[in-house]
Design a protein around this ligand. Structure first.
Ligand SMILES: Cc1cc2nc3c(=O)[nH]c(=O)nc-3n(C[C@H](O)[C@H](O)[C@H](O)COP(=O)(O)OP(=O)(O)OC[C@H]3O[C@@H](n4cnc5c(N)ncnc54)[C@H](O)[C@@H]3O)c2cc1C
Length: 457
């Protein structure tokens, strides 16, 4: 029997596990190698720090997915790979042989080589440490966040909202550049205004020069900021695993072809933050990419074991991004446009909750963009067109019996259709209000419950 080894429980591997729940790979046994019981959904971390979601609402239980997929789980971390011998070594010294291996291990946090960072700061990666981190940042009187990218900005907005509600001092945000400098300048200005409005102390165009046990020194200003907790969110760096192997890398990231297979080693697959696609500009390190790559990975793994040609993944560089900005408001960024408000938050919360729901329940791994849904939408449109044409045909006929029958049939069809439409709209409205109410309830329960659920762990 062949062996497929999945390393890491990132977004794309969750999809593969979901698929395996419904469709086993014949003649292939599958193993997941990952150290974490839970996979935290990064899109909901900010909502959790603000107290809108509890810890359980933002994570997927990996053990349950493994059990449902009927595969083996090695609860450990991969430390090296030998692609010639087709083995992966774990931190506990186990050597795992594979016929095909797939890496979805995310990225690490950059800048940790600065003395003091590893000892005195908190990083969000790996994100299964999130509950411990949450307690530390919540209990801190003086909180500093270093990193003004999307993650640092979003967390500052959410944490400051929580601090304002709980009578805590303003937090400090340090950034070497303007905020979210990779985006348009007006977006940067917009988030800066939002942070100012919430009371965050901004230290822009400053870098952390020295990190000590209880304070940070900035350069070039030489200012010192005392802290009880320092959150280090300075952007991604590659996992160390690939550089130590004979696999091709690009700045430490696993170099893969569009089939998501490593250069010269077709039995090694890679997805998400940990890869670089050859001959393409680097993709943003965002969860949306492993989500888009997941169906290609699944198909290509199946094709690999069947010896069939692989499908090619063509990356798209634009994607919808929604940041939580606190108080159930969101900032939507798409194709250079920005929208801000409660409606944006509502869209975000529905999408995020849907992701968690999809992977926590035994449902098909289809999403709205899958073929099955497109087929359903297509069939509905065809049905509407057929009825429309039939209506036009019969109502324009001069035959008295035909036109009488047509008015009878079609008036009732259209009455029915309008009634149905009204019911559907009411149902959608009720769902939306229910979700809002749910969010509201969890928010009023929030802080104490969230903290206790962290403590329980
Ligand atoms: C605060 C914050 C907010 C964010 N918000 C968004 C957002 O709203 N939208 C968005 O698109 N992106 C967002 N991102 C970025 C997003 O989190 C990452 O791009 C995404 O999680 C990468 O997904 P992945 O599947 O590559 O890996 P990950 O989701 O990072 O998963 C990696 C998995 O591999 C495991 N693992 C790691 N190393 C090993 C190893 N050596 N051996 C075995 N297992 C290992 C980990 O434990 C984990 O289970 C955010 C990031 C942060 C920090």
């Amino acid at each position: 029997m062949k062996h497929l080894l999945l390393v890491g429980a990132g977004h794309a591997h969750l999809y593969v596990l979901k698929k395996l729940q419904r469709q086993a790979l014949s003649g292939v046994r599958v193993t997941l190698l990952t150290p974490n019981d839970h996979q935290y959904y990064s899109g909901m971390l900010s909502g959790c720090v603000e107290g809108i979601y509890s810890i359980d609402q933002i994570r997927i239980y990996v053990g349950q997915m493994v059990e449902r997929a009927g595969i083996q789980w090695i609860k450990d971390t991969a430390v090296s790979i030998d692609p010639d011998r087709k083995t992966v070594l774990t931190s506990q010294g186990e050597s795992v042989l594979y016929d095909a291996v797939s890496f979805d291990i995310g990225s690490l946090t950059s800048g940790v080589e600065l003395p003091g960072v590893l000892n005195y700061t908190e990083t969000l990666k790996p994100n299964y440490r999130f509950p411990v981190l949450l307690e530390k940042v919540r209990s801190a009187e003086n909180l500093v966040i270093v990193g003004g990218g999307v993650a640092g900005t979003e967390l500052s907005l959410s944490l400051q909202t929580w601090r304002n509600k709980n009578g805590k001092k303003p937090l400090s945000l340090v950034s070497t550049t303007a905020l979210m400098a990779r985006g348009a300048p007006y977006v940067s200005q917009r988030v800066q205004n939002l942070l100012n409005h919430k009371g965050v102390k901004l230290y822009l165009y400053q870098r952390a020069d020295q990190v000590m046990k209880d304070r940070i020194v900035l350069a070039p200003s030489n200012e010192e900021i005392p802290f009880d907790a320092l959150l280090w969110v300075t952007g991604p760096r590659p996992p160390e695993l690939f550089t130590k192997s004979s696999l091709s890398v690009d700045k430490g990231y696993l170099l893969v072809d569009k089939t998501l297979q490593a250069k010269h080693y077709p039995s090694v697959f890679g997805v998400g933050d940990c890869i670089k696609i050859a001959e393409e500009p680097p993709l943003a390190k965002a969860g949306v990419y492993p989500v888009r790559q997941a169906p290609f990975l699944w198909k290509n793994l199946k094709r690999f074991f069947k010896g069939k040609p692989k499908r090619r993944y063509q990356p798209h560089f634009s994607f919808l991004s929604i940041l939580a900005t606190g108080n159930r408001e969101g900032l939507m960024l798409y194709l250079g446009c920005a929208f801000h408000g409660r409606l944006v938050w509502l869209i975000k919360t529905i999408m995020d909750r849907r992701f968690i729901w999809l992977y926590s329940h035994q449902t098909p791994a289809n999403d709205l963009m899958s073929n099955q849904w497109l087929k359903r939408i297509g069939l509905t449109l065809v049905a509407i067109l057929v009825v429309g044409f039939a209506y036009l045909f019969f109502t324009t006929t001069y035959h008295p019996v035909m036109s009488m029958m047509a008015s009878l049939i079609f008036s009732s069809i259209f009455d029915f259709a309008f009634a149905l439409l009204a019911i559907v709209l009411v149902v959608i409205l009720v769902i939306v209000l229910f979700l809002e109410r749910l969010s509201f309830q969890s928010s009023t329960r929030d802080q104490s419950e969230t903290t206790t659920s962290c403590k329980r762990r």
